[in-house]
Design a protein around this ligand. Structure first.
Ligand SMILES: Cc1cc2nc3c(=O)[nH]c(=O)nc-3n(C[C@H](O)[C@H](O)[C@H](O)COP(=O)(O)OP(=O)(O)OC[C@H]3O[C@@H](n4cnc5c(N)ncnc54)[C@H](O)[C@@H]3O)c2cc1C
Length: 392
């Protein structure tokens, strides 16, 4: 007879992975156990993420891991997804570092950059020697980035950039910022190296979510860049949106990592915490919570894996990624909140991972397209009618 289900992989999805995919997953899981979990509560409390971690992630081949050449590992999409799941089981901030580096900074250079731009940045970024960020959101344009005010105008053979980008992950530690700006030709992407005159950053303090992640404002004041700074391969919102599609894909998986960590913590607690002379896991109300959590976790992982296989087959549509991001982050938050109730008062301290994940997931719910925006993407795909604005 087959074995009793593993609570953390109740539907035995492990069987659906190749040997190489399992090896990558187990390697990242071991890295997280060794390098992230012993430190993460302190990093979260102090609001820091050591820069050296990027080099260690690079040495493991996790930065831009689904890209080909230029020092990148060139894995399939499922392996990349499994890596983000394991990283986010550690902390959403660590996964954000990897997502932004690989999907939002390296991906546009790889896909839309000139050969010189690729040679200059990608090998260093894959190694973690250079860090990138992605500047799309502005103080007045979040869900509607197409309204952006940041502008780039030609000045002889150069460009002059003006504007402010807000809520930019890795901004304050980045060696290069991929900045999207309005031009006479449409939206264009620019590579802005740290230290360029007229370019500065200011870190956003007092976040109570994703504390182990640098989030910054990017300020461009008459920032002059040569023609070679433009990403030549794309014009229009297609550029930034294609990057977001890549990062959202990682979140379909990553959110399930955070959920799994919360579920694991709650299950262990339920079996050991005694009240009324019984483990709290013996009470039906606790068992109902655990059963729901395990079910949603299994469904979410199955969804992520299915979307990953579609991506590897080259048939995945953005609306399908929206469904994955919307569902899995929503369910991960529910799992985190339920786990917190099982831990009682211990659920509110950093001694346990649950409240950290729960707070982190609030940012994950908002960035890369809010829950509402992905709901509207699905609504539009289903009805053929856009509900984004009152006039359309
Ligand atoms: C920790 C963190 C890191 C981030 N990192 C980055 C980054 O690296 N790069 C980057 O460019 N951005 C980044 N962001 C920004 C993020 O992408 C935006 O916060 C997000 O797009 C939402 O924009 P907003 O916060 O301005 O909210 P708003 O767009 O003002 O939305 C506020 C609320 O209104 C809702 N809403 C808006 N429009 C509609 C509509 N048409 N119908 C129904 N509801 C609507 C939203 O869903 C939301 O609930 C980050 C954000 C956070 C919190």
């Amino acid at each position: 007879m087959s074995q009793a289900p593993n609570p953390l992989d109740f539907l035995a999805l492990d069987r659906l992975l190749s040997e190489e995919e399992r090896l990558i997953r187990d390697t990242v899981r071991a890295f997280v156990a060794d390098k992230v979990l012993p430190e993460i509560a302190g990093w979260f409390e102090r609001g820091e993420l050591p820069r050296e971690l990027a080099k260690e992630l690079g040495a493991l081949g996790l930065l831009g891991m689904h890209l080909e050449g230029y020092g990148c590992a060139g894995t399939n999409a499922v392996s990349y997804g499994l890596a983000t799941m394991e990283l986010e089981a550690g902390d959403s901030g660590v996964r954000s570092l990897v997502s932004v580096q690989g999907s939002l900074a390296m991906f546009p250079i790889h896909r839309f950059g000139s050969e010189e731009q690729k040679q200059e940045w990608l090998p260093r970024m894959a190694a973690g020697d250079a860090i990138g960020c992605f500047g799309l959101t502005e103080p007045d344009f979040g869900s509607n980035p197409a309204g952006m005010r940041t502008s780039a105008r030609r000045y002889g053979s150069d460009w002059i950039l003006d504007g402010t980008k807000m809520w930019i992950t890795n901004g304050g530690i980045a060696d290069v910022a991929v900045v999207w700006a309005r031009t006479d030709e449409g939206i264009r992407g620019f590579l802005v190296p740290r230290g360029t005159p007229g370019f500065s950053t200011r870190d956003i303090e007092k976040k109570l979510s994703l504390r182990a992640s640098v989030t910054s404002e990017l300020i461009l004041e008459s920032c002059r860049l040569p023609e070679s700074a433009v990403l030549p391969g794309v014009t229009g919102m297609r550029g930034p949106l294609s990057c977001l599609g890549e990062a959202r894909y990682g979140i379909c998986w990553g959110s399930m990592g955070a959920a799994r960590a919360c579920f694991e913590s709650a299950l262990e607690y339920a079996k050991t915490r005694v009240q009324f002379d019984r483990p709290i896991g013996a009470f039906q109300l606790t068992q109902a919570k655990l059963a729901d959590m395990a079910t949603e976790l299994s469904k979410g992982m199955l969804l992520a894996l299915h979307i990953g296989r579609m991506k590897d087959d080259g048939v995945l549509r953005p609306e399908q990624v929206s469904m994955g991001k919307m569902n899995n982050v929503r369910e991960a938050i529910k799992i985190a909140r339920t786990a917190r109730t099982i831990l009682g008062a211990n659920g509110v301290t950093l001694e346990y991972p649950v409240i950290r994940h729960m707070n982190n997931l609030e940012s994950v719910l908002t960035y890369e397209g809010t829950n509402e925006v992905h709901t509207l993407v699905l609504g539009q795909a289903l009805t053929g009618i856009s509900a984004f604005t009152s006039s359309s």
